[in-house]
Design a protein around this ligand. Structure first.
Ligand code: SF4
Length: 422
């Protein structure tokens, strides 16, 4: 490994206060989040008071929180900006993520000391653009997911005085980093206002007829079969197999996508990338990605692709047949409380007696397996053989060995093999 390369920041999404705490528990250095009214995740579950608590929690632990203010403004949004500025001043995050140059200028004028990060939505894809934002006073640019590794290295080389962030994991838009009108057109939900309906994941029946300019009347027909096609469905980005190259390059921040994803996703991506990065810095010569890849396959995923890392992706980056998850695992939920010899688990999927459950401790990498031989309904404490998350806030009480109990604090996540038995 090259000398003087610093460990990059591991940056996780936080779609709620609980996910923010989970990300830090499992090893994130920083999170990005937004309140529904300010960011491109209109479904964010943060309220301003929770954000205050989250930022305090992070700062007490020596970690960072960046707030997204990455909507593309229309005139109607301008009158709300005064309120956002007031909120930002009171929250005092470690940086603000913006995409709209107008909003950049507004925040810079109102809060000159606030570090400004340029969102992936702004499509920073070249050293010229990076240089532009540096000259405008930005502290960091998130490179567009359409930038190849070779291009990113060149930007790193030529633009030394600005921090660079790259995406290493998460969903990919079929369109240019979210610059997409599909959802607005088909569902009246604008992706650029944070309410994307994921129209690119829908199943399409298409019949396309093309006529070449110099061959009038000769029609070329392209048709899907009787099942239709997921013609726009990109696989998910995963750069674990390229992580060693990335770590040698000196990027400042490695970002994981997914503010709407589950608690399990946040915990698992944080702990796996945390370990992979730490292991690489511990012993670069012997680092391989195999162990970590196996763990990442337990996440709900549409199949993995390295996206634009090696240049323009081929058709292998798409899954035309299916948009369902390739994972054989299911997310069981997370620990709401660990007390008196029981884990109170906020349930996300059905479990039954005899299931083998894996607990992912934030304090050790190997999962701890337990077999469910007794469990109790969290509502009335009655013994149960099978339980599913039908009711809101459904919990289940699972006995835990007192000798290992301390390994599984509040927010520990649990998983099971999809068939129930491992
Ligand atoms: S419809 Fe698909 S491609 Fe368009 S913004 Fe939404 S997720 Fe991205």
């Amino acid at each position: 490994m090259k000398k003087n390369i610093e460990k990059p920041e591991l940056l996780l999404p936080a779609g709620s206060l609980s996910k923010l705490k989970t990300a830090f528990l499992y090893g994130a250095d920083a999170v990005y989040a937004g309140t529904p009214e300010m960011s491109l995740r209109a479904k964010s579950h943060f309220h301003t008071e929770e954000m205050e608590e989250g930022i305090r929690f992070a700062h007490d632990a020596g970690k960072k929180v960046y707030l997204a203010l990455n909507l593309f403004s229309h005139n109607k949004d301008i009158e709300r900006l005064g309120f956002f500025i007031k909120t930002l001043k009171s929250l005092n995050p470690d940086g603000v993520i913006v995409s709209d140059p107008g909003i950049f200028q507004y925040v810079k004028k109102e809060i000159p000391s606030m570090p400004l990060h340029i969102s992936t939505q702004a499509n920073v894809c070249s050293r010229l653009t990076t240089d532009f934002w540096k000259n405008m006073g930005a502290k960091l640019c998130v490179l567009g997911r359409e930038v190849s590794f070779r291009e990113a290295c060149e930007i790193r080389e030529k633009c030394r005085d600005i921090k660079l962030e790259i995406f290493i994991h998460g969903a990919m838009c079929i369109s240019y980093s979210g610059r997409c009108l599909m959802s607005a057109f088909m569902a009246s939900r604008s992706a650029n206002q944070g309410i994307c309906a994921h129209s690119c994941r829908w199943k399409y029946k298409s019949r396309l007829v093309m006529e070449e300019e110099l061959r009038p009347g000769e029609y070329l027909t392209m048709e899907e079969d009787e099942h239709g096609s997921y013609i726009l469905n990109s696989k998910d980005l995963c750069l674990m197999q390229k992580l060693d190259k990335i770590l040698q390059t000196g990027f400042d921040s490695l970002k994981i996508e997914g503010r709407n994803k589950s608690q399990y996703y946040v915990a698992q991506t944080a702990r796996v990338y945390r370990k992979a990065i730490d292991d690489y810095f511990e012993n670069a010569a012997n680092w391989t990605s195999g162990l970590y890849m196996e763990e990442l396959k337990t996440l709900q995923n549409r199949g993995y692709t390295t996206g634009f890392f090696d240049g323009i992706p081929d058709s292998g980056a798409q899954d035309y047949d299916d948009t369902s998850s390739k994972s054989s695992w299911r997310n069981i939920g997370y620990v709401k409380e660990n007390k008196d010899g029981y884990l109170i688990v906020d349930l996300r999927n059905k479990i039954q007696k005899g299931d083998k459950i894996e607990l992912l401790s934030p304090y050790k990498f190997e999962p701890e397996t337990i077999i469910i031989d007794k469990m109790y309904d969290g509502f009335d404490g009655s013994p149960t053989e099978t339980i599913a998350p039908g009711r809101e806030n459904q919990t289940v009480k699972i006995p835990i060995n007192p000798k290992t109990s301390a390994l599984f604090p509040k927010l520990t996540v649990l998983r099971a093999f999809a068939g129930g038995k491992l």
